[in-house]
Write a protein that binds this ligand. Structure first.
Ligand SMILES: C[S@@+](CC[C@H](N)C(=O)[O-])C[C@H]1O[C@@H](n2cnc3c(N)ncnc32)[C@H](O)[C@@H]1O
Length: 159
């Protein structure tokens, strides 16, 4: 059973670690409870998930995909299951910050190897792969970061 405090704890974490972020994509956000917590903290948040019944928050009732136009400076997911790698790939593609609290893998890997795999995926996409732990029960490790400085530098052309 997932910890009911996870949305408030993650929202606090995000506002502390990404203090410059203003617009957030909350991917695989279920009912929209993380959205509610982030909106209360002043962040413009859009949740993507398929639930017909959800909280009255800014909500896109459809799957999130890599081709989603990027009008966010941070993409996040709490226990986003099959969307976990997608969130990291999206952050790498658009050079924005990301934070995920992974739960189940989508490729059969147990939790610890799954966490290592996600960190490698982030680094290979030119992103930081920092780790933190939310003070809650269950799957509580956060993988997060922004674009790596050197990867960013390779995108700069002085010609
Ligand atoms: C374990 S639930 C977590 C929901 C919520 N974040 C929470 O912590 O209660 C995983 C969710 O991922 C959603 N999901 C998986 N892939 C997705 C995608 N590509 N786009 C949007 N939602 C997705 C599912 O619909 C499901 O609601």
């Amino acid at each position: 059973m997932a910890d009911k405090r996870r949305f408030e704890l993650f929202a606090t974490f995000l506002t502390e670690r990404f203090s410059g972020a203003r617009r957030v994509f909350d991917v695989a956000g279920g009912m929209g409870r993380l959205n509610e917590a982030l909106t209360r903290r002043g962040l413009e948040t859009t949740t993507f998930d398929l639930r017909h019944k959800h909280l009255p928050v800014r909500y896109e009732e459809r799957p999130f995909g890599i081709s989603e136009p990027c009008n966010a400076d941070l993409v996040v997911g709490m226990h986003p299951d099959g969307a976990t790698r997608l969130i990291i790939a999206y952050a790498a593609l658009h050079r924005i910050g990301y934070a995920v609290v992974p739960c189940c893998s989508d490729n059969g890997l147990p939790y610890k190897p799954w966490m290592r795999h996600l960190a490698e995926l982030a680094r290979s996409g030119g992103l930081e792969a920092n780790e933190a732990l939310l003070p809650m029960e269950g799957r509580a490790r956060v993988l997060y970061g922004g674009p790596l400085a050197e990867a960013f530098a390779t995108n700069i052309s002085l010609a």
